[in-house]
Design a protein around this ligand. Sequence first.
Ligand SMILES: *Cc1c(COP(=O)(O)O)cnc(C)c1O
Length: 350
Amino acid sequence: MKTFDIQTVIRANVKAMKPYSSARDEYISDGSKMVFLDANENPYENGVNRYPDPLQRNLKVVLAEQKNLAENQILLGNGSDEVLDLLFRAFCEPKQDNIITLPPTYGMYTVLSNLNEIEERKVGLDANFQPDVDAILSATDKNSKMLFICSPNNPTGNLMAAQKVKQLLNNFNGLVVIDEAYIDFADQESWISELENYPNLVVTQTLSKAYGLAGIRLGLCFASADIISVLNKIKPPYNVNALTQQKALERIQNVNAVRDEVHSILEERTLLIQALETIPFVNEILPTEANFVLARVDDATKRYNALIAKGIVIRNRTTQPGCENCLRFTVGTPEENKKLIEMLQLISKS
Ligand SMILES: *Cc1c(COP(=O)(O)O)cnc(C)c1O
């Protein structure tokens, strides 16, 4: 097992601070009937007049069992975007530390490093959109606190090779954050099962994609209990609202519904790829393990605008490194995909 001391990456101010102690932290219900006059809430019941559980225990009990982890290895946030922001604020000293990203990838890592005044060192993926391990390690120094690996990657759709990820976990002396927003669509298991072997591993997931709950904003973070306790210390006390906790709990317990939807999205993805292969202006379809397909076309901006005119919005990724003339298609319902394919055939005639 790798040796790694989390104490060496926590910011000094975070180490020194005391967390805000909320009413719900100071008195933890044992289930007995109490009169709650501690939090200045309106006492009249309407379903949400009370503050939510700051540690979302009901949700974590179920998640811990499903993911085969301890509850203290889980942090929940207002989307994975909040989880990622907490990681920056816990571990990266503004104007001093740096992070490594592997473009083309998810845009939030750049936004968060700008916001937090952390230098972003970009080490481009190779021609197969895989990490260049040597280049990544030579771009790092003692102030490199986090390495972001998105797998399956957005916008390319591919998984990062396990051997390369292991080399990085073993040799990068900061946190390796694996963003698994699309893992439920992939033909590979989550890196969660490796948490016990790599104390510097952080895995993030979300209910926004496969679980169909983008609107409630729930992001998941899995790591060692030591890492999670640092994030708990700095998070806003009530960062996951009561309605989100309730809706998420219902959904994650409905394993069959989620599995069936993922299954049909994957079937539709196959059909979409087959259709794209017949479109004359599509030059390359990138292999995907996610609920979207990246395809290289003759003129991305022209085709993007033509689809908009036909009432279909996709994502033009042509400005991303290595993605010249690439369009990203999210897999929709069978009806939506049929309409997309019809319109692709139609616009290919102009
Ligand atoms: C969509 C997406 C997320 C999800 O973010 P939320 O804030 O949880 O909705 C995270 N990472 C990647 C790479 C994504 O594409």
